[in-house]
Design a binder for this molecule. Structure first.
Ligand code: GLU
Length: 436
């Protein structure tokens, strides 16, 4: 069988995490089986659908690497929907019913209702097993507001049929829609696709993930500087289990490993802390050049920027954090510090003595030494200061402060390695000048 899946977002909002996860699973299932992945923009809600949402959803899917093989816009298929509504009416499996409008009092409308055989419908869900619904309670339900204005259930069934969708993979919130859609399929004589309903994504409090739990759109994460590889890795593990404890997957590796039997029945918890860690892992895989480019990092001094990438990789979990570090705690590397005498001498009365001694040792450093090599040469002096005289902090604190002008900054050895010998010498000398 030629597998074909589709993601069918309604362009009434930004690309949501849940839609992205469904799209990913549709993509993975299709690609794992050498099949086709389609996107269908379900834009029949004429009031709430906007082209910019559609554009943004497509851009988001593309950013994640979920390139589609086929694109369909539902609003462009209205004449086909109308044709099949007319067929059903002609065949007597549906009928036009003149009813009072719900939105405009006193006005009558001609809705189309399906003649419901009122039987019980059973389908096999590839995630949840056999599911049975008694459809008698649904009555003759409405399938179109007018002969040229189909409702969601009807449009979905017609489009899935025409597009030859073999597997409908979608959120669990659609389970209760399935029996209606099966009745419509049967009326149309359409083949029944296989169904797989995915567990919902929940917040830590086990309620449905929503805005009040934080960012829920892919664009928010993209803007915050998450990598698409990390998003794919993280959302791919939401409700899917490879059957072993492996946690790192690229998109291609997911394609290789993905099967629907790994999909869990219970809800999947959205855990931002975990996502941050996954993102950091993927950020660390980048070369320093890629890191700067992908993070859109810039600074007044490019050679220093190169040198701080290891620091950023160690500390930042998103590129937004990396950018904040450059303009925040690492800004001291790009601007000469203004020192406060009281702070400079706050750890020791012998600050000037210590800085002079350290400056002498500094003369013995070579260009391009690593922080560890610098530390090996300077630390013995600091270690030699007795506890009564303030211990190593009596020398290291003023050294670090002289170099950074900040109460919080990277350690002095790292600062020297990034600033370079000349600039760090000038900064220490400047502190000594202030001390008089
Ligand atoms: N437009 C529907 C939605 O966004 C698609 C449902 C389906 O996949 O059948 O929820």
């Amino acid at each position: 069988m030629n597998v074909k899946t589709r993601i069918a977002p309604s362009p009434t909002g930004w690309l949501h995490i849940g839609t992205a996860r469904t799209a990913l699973f549709c993509y993975l299932y299709a690609k794992h089986h050498g099949g086709t992945f389609a996107v269908r923009s379900e834009d029949t809600d004429r009031v709430r659908s906007l082209p910019e949402y559609e554009e943004e959803i497509l851009a988001g899917l593309k950013w994640l690497g979920l390139e589609h093989d086929e694109f369909v816009r539902q609003s462009e298929r209205v004449s086909r929907h109308k044709e099949l509504l007319e067929t059903l009416v002609a065949e007597g499996t549906a009928y036009i019913s003149e009813e009072e409008s719900k939105s405009e009092a006193g006005k009558t409308v001609q809705v189309v209702r399906l003649k419901n055989p009122g039987k019980s419908v059973t389908f096999t869900d590839l995630v949840r097993g056999e599911i049975t619904f008694d459809t008698a309670d649904l009555g003759d339900f409405v399938i179109a507001r007018a002969i040229d204005d189909p409702l969601y259930h009807f449009a979905v069934v017609v489009d899935d049929m025409d597009m030859e969708i073999t597997h409908v993979i979608r959120g669990e919130d659609h389970i209760s829609n399935t029996p209606r859609q099966i009745l419509i399929q049967e009326a149309l004589g359409a083949p029944r696709p296989k169904y797989a309903h995915l567990p919902l994504i929940l917040a830590a409090d086990r309620t449905k993930l929503s805005k009040r739990h934080g960012a829920t759109s892919i664009a928010d994460y993209r803007n915050e500087g998450f990598l698409p590889e990390a998003m794919v890795n993280f959302i791919g593990m939401l409700g899917w289990n490879p059957g072993n404890d492996r946690e790192e997957y690229s998109l291609a590796e997911f394609v290789e490993a993905f099967e629907l039997d790994g999909v869990q029945k219970h809800g999947a918890i959205w855990n931002r802390e975990k996502l941050l860690d996954v993102n950091q892992q993927w950020m660390r895989k980048l070369s320093d050049e890629e890191f700067i480019a992908q993070g859109s990092l810039s600074s007044p001094d490019n050679s220093k920027l190169q040198k701080i990438v290891p620091l950023l990789k160690e500390r930042a979990k998103t590129f937004a954090e990396a950018r904040d570090m450059i303009t925040g705690e690492l800004n001291c590397l790009f601007t000469a510090p203004t020192l406060d005498l009281a702070l400079l001498t706050s750890k020791s009365d012998a600050t000037a003595v210590h800085l002079r001694a350290l400056l002498e040792l500094h003369e013995g450093l070579a260009d391009d030494m690593t922080p560890d090599e610098i530390k090996a040469l300077l630390m013995p002096y600091a270690d030699g200061i007795s506890k009564e005289e303030g211990g190593r902090g009596a020398a290291l604190w003023p050294l670090r402060y002289a170099l950074s002008g900040e109460e919080r900054s990277p350690d002095p050895f790292t600062l020297i390695s990034i600033l370079g010998l000349e600039e760090s010498r000038v900064r220490i000398q400047n502190a000594l000048d202030i001390l008089g």
